[in-house]
Ligand binder design. Structure first.
Ligand SMILES: Nc1ncnc2c1ncn2[C@@H]1O[C@H](COP(=O)(O)OP(=O)(O)OP(=O)(O)O)[C@@H](O)[C@H]1O
Length: 262
């Protein structure tokens, strides 16, 4: 498909058109499963596929478009579809309907263990991750001092990662993922596992990343963080977009609805 861009219009970097994602459920009686999932109210809808097998409809006809500089917060209750949407943008889940188009290198930061080998040292993991991101050995060595400085891990970088705490792994993963001019940064709220000092540094780094790069998508229950870091918001409810627009407006609609008990 060829799309014509008018002057001043920003070209989309992430574009989703009526995307639906379902998970088949292979076990469990339909009645008990339905009760369990519906208990949460906002989780994916339980349905049946063409073969009458039970499925969870995690995303339903989600459409959105992000251009350079956009920072999108994914907001919604437990099970609303935030993580599924992040993973779908990353190409980990394939939609059963609709299309996902992305332009640019994706840095997924929602699976902390992704690409991290506990038996390798911090330095070895940095080099490995950078190679996976498609960087040349020369570029990696050039960026190494910056990564080392950000992690504040010092001599620990020579130790196997299995000796690190969760927070230390987080620093390592975050430093690497945001170092190499990523174009599309996808983050889940595990980033909140960091301490206050780390959060301050992480925010500054994300600001810097946004200036250098393109798009960020953050899934989080922390509405203050969403309003500080993001310009736009999507409120997901049972896998559907309930509200999409400027972050302040989406948070307002969402909190009002929660206060009213939906
Ligand atoms: N691998 C899976 N298999 C089956 N169902 C799944 C799977 N992953 C997610 N789901 C279902 O899809 C729906 C959306 O889940 P998702 O993890 O995307 O929600 P979320 O908004 O990230 O929730 P939370 O805030 O609790 O992390 C839920 O109903 C969940 O039960």
């Amino acid at each position: 498909m060829i799309s014509m861009m008018s002057e001043g219009e920003r070209e989309p970097i992430v574009s989703l058109d009526r995307v639906s994602v379902s998970f088949p459920v292979y076990q469990g009686g339909s009645r008990s499963l339905k009760k369990r999932v519906l208990f949460h109210g906002s989780a994916g809808k339980i349905g049946r596929d063409a073969n009458h097998k039970i499925i969870i409809e995690a995303l339903r006809e989600v459409s959105l478009s992000l251009s350079a500089g956009d920072r999108l917060a994914l907001i919604g209750a437990n099970g609303a579809g935030k993580t599924t949407l992040l993973r779908t943008i990353a190409g980990i889940y394939e939609p059963i309907e609709g299309s996902v188009v992305t332009h640019g290198r994706i840095s997924p930061m929602f699976d902390i263990s992704l690409g991290i080998d506990a038996d390798l040292s911090g330095y070895e993991n940095i080099r490995l991750r950078a190679l996976l991101l498609g960087l040349s050995p020369g570029a990696i060595e050039e960026h190494l001092p910056d990564i080392v400085k950000f992690t504040e891990l010092g001599d620990y970088l020579d130790m196997p990662v299995r000796t690190y705490s969760t927070g230390m792994i987080l620093r390592l993963a975050f430093a690497v993922a945001t170092c190499f001019k990523p174009e599309i940064l996808l983050m889940d709220e595990w980033i909140l596992a960091g301490d206050a000092h780390f959060m301050g540094k992480a925010e500054a780094r994300v600001q810097n990343f946004i200036e250098r790069a393109s798009v960020m998508v953050l899934a989080s229950h922390d509405l203050k963080l969403c309003s500080r870091w993001c310009t736009m918001g999507v409120w997901l409810d049972q896998g559907r977009v309930r509200e999409l627009g400027p972050i302040g407006n989406v948070i307002k609609q969402y909190t009002e609805s929660v206060a009213e008990g939906q």
